[in-house]
Design a protein around this ligand. Structure first.
Ligand code: ADP
Length: 463
């Protein structure tokens, strides 16, 4: 089972510092409440002014700290700097608090005041936020300040403020009480510091281990990706050279034989040679599809985009497929208005798009049918429609038709790898256009209609 990952220190430390500042606002409220309760309900009397003075001091420095924290949050700093400054900030806050607490304790009875346990809070916070060495420094400072407070009051060098109505007068002069309180204080504080820094150090160690494991995993994934990339490059090189070249040569040889350059070819031989030729051409088209789909980089296509005469591109594509349509007995028609505007596109990619759509139309339309390519100008686009009167696409296949390697199951074997339409979709996406399919496309047509919209170019247009 995976444990949720702890946030890194550069995220956690600023959050904790903000909590610390909020906690101080709470402490200010608590001080005021305690003072009020002590004076009114419990009848404990002490000088109010110095206590309120220290509280105002705390409010002022907390305000300064909170402004400082806001400034730090706005600064975009490297993680290491953020952690270093965050720790220095925490250190400054803890020292300010320890000093304020000592002065406050002095004005509210010194050792008579049970709230000296507040030192524990600051030592705890220091152990969490600071590195162990600084946490121990904070502990030593807390012990030093408290010992100095009770020591100086005991010696009479800092006049003791008695909490009238609470404890007997002489507690602060009772050596045994002071000594035992100090020993208890030192032992408890040291144990707290040791325990808390130990736990925090362990947590930090685990977090670092987690980070190292993650870094190793990332490195492994990166290596695997680059290995896959290398294999892909190798396969592309193999496909484009070692597979395509011999096929192209074989096609030329066959064509030479069929053209009669190697002697008379009988009718039966011609039929078999022609069938072989068709199969080899299918194979080469398949390899081209694999190459196309693996090399289609939408960013690269976007760089090829320029004002393009779509009418010319369309006529070239139609010319290329006229022979195949005629062989199959399918009529190939075009509806292209004479003043069609240019589109923003890559001419060679748009040609591939039209070839794939028209080729499918011819492939999936039986003899006697018709494939139509229509281009229409719209407000901001040029609309391309490729319609056929073929067998159409079953409705439950329509949502998947543009996916990689998706093919509709049909009884008759029709060659293809299911990549033609996924190439079309990528090209359209790289052009920022839209494409969709309808089948049947109106009540009287059982076939399919592919519609694609490409942005018009305003830069260059037919005169
Ligand atoms: P393929 O190489 O199999 O033609 P495509 O991605 O071009 O791959 O098409 C995916 C599937 O969509 C095809 O197998 C085919 O069944 C269906 N298809 C695409 N165009 C048409 C069309 N004009 N008429 C009927 N079916 C089509």
């Amino acid at each position: 089972m995976q444990t949720p990952e702890a946030p890194p220190e550069e995220v956690e430390l600023p959050r904790r510092l903000r909590q610390y500042i909020n906690l101080r606002w709470l402490a200010v409220g608590a001080i005021l409440l305690i003072v009020l309760l002590a004076q009114t309900i419990f009848g404990i009397r002490f000088a109010l002014r110095p206590v309120l003075g220290v509280t105002v001091g705390i409010v002022l420095y907390n305000l300064a700290f909170s402004l400082w924290a806001r400034g730090e949050a706005g600064a975009a700093l490297p993680a290491a700097v953020l952690v270093r400054r965050g720790r220095a900030f925490a250190y400054a806050q803890i020292i300010a608090d320890l000093l304020a607490l000592t002065v406050l304790l002095h004005f509210t009875g010194g050792i008579e005041n049970p709230f000296f346990i507040f030192y524990f809070i600051h030592v705890g916070v220091g152990s969490i936020l600071l590195p162990p060495r600084d946490a121990y420094r904070v502990t030593a400072l807390a012990i030093g300040l408290f010992a100095a407070l009770v020591g100086l009051e005991y010696a009479g060098w800092w006049p003791h403020v008695h909490l009238a109505g609470y404890l007997p007068d002489e507690v602060y002069r009772n050596a045994a009480y002071i000594a035992s309180s100090l020993v208890a204080f030192v032992v408890t504080l040291s144990l707290l510091a040791a325990g808390a820094t130990g736990i925090v150090a362990e947590l930090r160690r685990r977090r670092e281990e987690q980070a190292q494991v993650r870094a190793r995993e990332l490195e492994l994934a990166r290596q695997q990706l680059s290995e896959l990339d290398r294999m892909r490059e190798f396969f592309l090189a193999l496909a484009s050279h070692d597979l395509k070249t011999p096929l192209a040569v074989a096609i030329t040889y066959l064509q030479t034989m069929l053209d009669g350059y190697t002697g008379e070819v009988g009718a039966k031989q011609r039929r078999w040679l022609e069938r072989t030729l068709v199969r080899l051409e299918e194979l080469i088209r398949l390899i081209n599809d694999f190459l196309d789909v693996s090399q289609l980089d939408e960013k690269r296509i976007a760089q090829e985009i320029e004002p393009t005469n779509l009418a010319d591109v369309a006529l070239e594509a139609v010319n290329e497929l006229t022979g195949r349509a005629r062989e199959k007995g399918v009529a190939l028609e075009t509806v292209i208005p004479p003043d069609l505007p240019f589109v923003l596109g890559s001419p060679k990619r748009l040609q591939r798009l039209l070839l794939n759509l028209l080729d499918n139309g011819i492939k999936f339309t039986p003899a006697g049918g018709r494939v139509t390519l229509a281009l229409t100008e719209e407000a901001e686009n040029v609309r391309i429609e490729v319609m056929d009167t073929g067998e159409g696409i079953p409705p439950h296949y329509l949502p998947h038709i543009f996916e990689d390697y998706f093919r509709v199951r049909r009884e008759e074997f029709i060659p293809g790898a299911g990549l033609g339409l996924s190439i079309v979709r990528r090209i359209v996406r790289a052009h920022g256009g839209k494409i969709w399919v309808e089948s049947p496309y109106c009540p009287e047509h059982s076939g399919s209609k592919f519609t694609c919209c490409l942005a018009k170019s305003i830069a260059a247009n037919p005169a």
